[in-house]
Structures are given as structure tokens and as C-alpha cells.
Design a protein around this ligand. Structure first.
Ligand SMILES: [Zn+2]
Length: 191
């Protein structure tokens, strides 16, 4: 091999090495991003009420009135308990149950596109977006509500519709088998 051919060969080899390194780096980044988005899907969430309240589940998995497909849980929180955003979210839509003036269901979306709902919430205004821990409203007063397209309820409680089950929030896992009486805690803080 003459010096010229040698130089050309070395150049190809160098390019090949750089190329391989680029491909490997890209793969590692992709794997890492994917891993993180999955891991963060619920790790960043906090329960939608302030630390200090320890409600019980009053109803295990049931369908969401506002959106089909969401799997919801009911929590025994007294009327007036602050309802906090569990994660940075934007509001997709909301409704006021017929026959009430301020008994709402709110559908929200996270930055990663997951949808979830909060029901039986009273608030004078619904913002376009909320930061985690920002107050959305309070648990609605005890009232018989019967509007299948928005909310149905007897007794004060918070309805929390999740994008998937099982879901781990604040180190507690909600599953299809979570039943009445399970006590839940929150690390959410009002901001
Ligand atoms: Zn419910």
C-alpha cells in the first residue's frame, strides 16, 4: 500500500469509527430517554390533595363519566378540602353538573399527553393550566348530583380518573384490585 492509499484507508477507518460511535451514542440516548419517560410517567405525580389528609378509597376502579377509558377511584375527602394539581397540566375540558351551580368535572392533560380527571370539584373559575401543587378548587359540598354526562355523586368525595392502572403515586400503587378502605397519603404541597 502506498502512502496515499494508506492515508485514504486511515481516513475511511476513522470515519467508520466516528460513525459507529455516533450510532452507539444515539442508541444510548434513545434508550435512556425512553426509560426516563416511562419511569417519570407517574414518579413525578403527587396525590391531588395536600399532605396531612389521609382519605380512604370509597370506591375502587370504575369508569369515568366525563371520558370513557379513564379508570377512576373515589376518595373520602371532606367538602372544602383543597384539590391540588397532581402534576403540571393543562385543562382539556370541564363541565358543571346539571342541577348544580358549581359541581364540576375537569379533564386535564400532562406534558407527556396523559389525560386524567378530577371530579366533584367546586371552583369559581377553571384556569387553562396548573402547576403541580397549584389549587384547582375544593371538594364540592355534599349534594345529590345526577348528570351522567358530567358527574353523579352522593356524599362528598373526590373522583380521580387515571390514565392507566396500575399507577404508583406518592409511593402507593393503585390497581384494579385496590378496594374500599385502603388509606392513601399525599406529599403534595400548595404552591
Ligand atoms: Zn368516581
Amino acid at each position: 500500500m502506498g502512502p496515499r492509499a494508506q492515508g485514504y484507508f486511515n481516513a475511511i477507518l476513522k470515519n467508520y469509527r466516528t460513525g459507529a460511535l455516533t450510532i452507539i451514542t444515539t442508541l444510548l440516548v434513545l434508550v435512556s430517554v425512553n426509560f426516563h419517560s416511562k419511569a417519570h410517567a407517574t414518579i413525578r405525580w403527587k396525590m391531588p390533595w395536600p399532605a396531612g389528609f389521609t382519605p380512604q378509597l370509597t370506591q375502587g376502579v370504575h369508569q369515568d363519566g366525563l371520558v370513557g377509558g379513564l379508570l377512576a377511584f373515589d376518595l373520602s375527602l371532606p367538602a372544602g378540602t383543597p384539590v391540588l394539581a397532581p402534576i403540571d397540566s393543562t385543562v382539556v375540558r370541564h363541565c358543571i353538573a346539571q342541577g348544580t351551580d358549581n359541581h364540576r368535572s375537569i379533564l386535564l392533560r400532562t406534558r407527556t399527553g396523559q389525560q386524567y380527571s378530577l371530579g366533584h370539584v367546586t371552583t369559581s373559575t377553571v384556569q387553562r393550566s396548573y402547576r403541580q401543587g397549584e389549587q384547582i378548587g375544593v371538594v364540592a359540598p355534599e349534594q345529590h348530583v345526577d348528570d351522567p354526562r358530567c358527574a353523579t355523586s352522593t356524599g362528598a368525595h373526590l373522583h380521580f380518573g387515571l390514565p392507566q392502572v396500575p399507577t404508583t403515586i406518592d409511593n402507593q400503587t393503585l390497581t384494579r384490585f385496590s378496594t374500599r378502605g385502603e388509606q392513601l397519603t399525599s406529599t403534595n404541597q400548595r404552591r
